[in-house]
Write a protein that binds this ligand. Structure first.
Ligand SMILES: C[C@@]1(CC(=O)O)c2cc3[nH]c(cc4nc(cc5[nH]c(cc(n2)[C@H]1CCC(=O)O)[C@@](C)(CC(=O)O)[C@@H]5CCC(=O)O)C(CC(=O)O)=C4CCC(=O)O)c(CCC(=O)O)c3CC(=O)O
Ligand SMILES: NC(=O)C1=CN([C@@H]2O[C@H](COP(=O)(O)OP(=O)(O)OC[C@H]3O[C@@H](n4cnc5c(N)ncnc54)[C@H](O)[C@@H]3O)[C@@H](O)[C@H]2O)C=CC1
Length: 207
């Protein structure tokens, strides 16, 4: 295995999910929430999925749907059917919820703090611990960290307009990150003051 974490654009991508149980439903929500077209094969799906645009198909003639799909998920308790679907999915992106090590996509636990996305993968060892680690991480990220991210975003955009050389932009961003006065402002939730100081620092050199 040579897994590395990446973010995948799934908007308007075609996703086929084999199964309609707990895991299949969770996967379907995740893809639908990001604008993918989702078809699930199985007996029934709940109204919430239907409302989001999921389509249910019976467990037959699945070859055409596999051809249609960009991403395949096997999440059925029927091991033989999972194997069959995997065998006709060669060359595709496939998440094997039934046998993760045989697929080429892992779905980690992911969560947001503000608009920062954090994903955890325990290398298949303990999904439950992935969930526990999530709680720990959530508890150590402060309001100040989130403001620093907003400030860096602001400074980066501002710098891109003023300075062509990326190396120089980088130097400014490090200086902003380590500026004690700015840190003090963020600690006191004074974002406007922090922003003004950033502008001052940059403008004083470039006006
Ligand atoms: C590899 C992976 C699949 C992938 O790549 O998609 C995978 C695989 C498997 N999980 C199994 C079991 C359980 N999974 C959960 C829960 C979650 N599992 C999730 C992810 C992943 N699970 C992927 C990476 C995991 C990693 O390594 O970090 C989470 C984080 C995200 C999500 O699924 O949406 C979600 C928590 C969501 C949240 O945050 O709340 C629970 C808890 C519960 O149900 O209450 C149990 C029962 C307890 C237990 O077994 O620990 C089994 C069956 C094992 C068997 O047969 O006994 C397999 C298959 C196998 O291991 O063969
Ligand atoms: N996060 C993850 O990735 C997890 C993966 N799993 C694995 O994913 C698969 C599905 O798990 P869940 O959604 O929790 O199960 P579930 O029992 O909620 O759903 C199983 C689905 O498989 C279908 N099915 C068809 N034939 C079956 C058969 N012979 N036996 C059992 N089910 C059959 C059911 O109709 C249903 O759609 C299993 O292989 C399980 O080991 C399980 C838990 C978590």
């Amino acid at each position: 295995m040579g897994l590395t974490s990446l973010f995948l654009e799934v908007e308007n991508k075609n996703v086929f999910i084999l199964g309609t149980g707990e895991v299949a439903t969770r996967r379907a929500h995740r893809f639908l929430d990001k604008g993918a077209n989702v078809i699930l094969a199985g007996n029934s799906i709940d109204d919430e999925l239907t409302k989001k645009g999921a389509i249910l198909t019976p467990l037959k003639n699945l070859d055409e749907i596999v051809k249609w799909s960009d991403i395949v998920v096997t999440a059925s308790g029927d091991a033989e059917l999972c194997e069959y679907i995997a065998s006709i999915s060669k060359g595709k992106l496939i998440n094997r919820a039934d046998k993760p090590e045989k697929g080429n996509i892992i779905i980690p636990t992911s969560f947001f703090i503000d608009n920062i996305e954090i994903s955890i993968y325990t290398n298949g060892q303990s999904p439950l611990m992935a969930r526990e680690l999530r709680k720990k991480i959530q508890s150590i990220i402060t309001e100040e960290d989130l403001l620093e991210i907003k400030l860096q975003d602001y400074a980066r955009t501002f710098l891109k307009e003023k300075i062509d050389d990326q190396k120089i932009r980088k130097e400014y961003l490090y200086n902003i990150l380590n500026n004690e006065k700015i840190k003090g402002y963020l600690k006191e939730n004074k974002f406007i003051e922090a922003k003004e100081l950033v502008e001052e620092i940059i403008k004083s050199d470039f006006n």
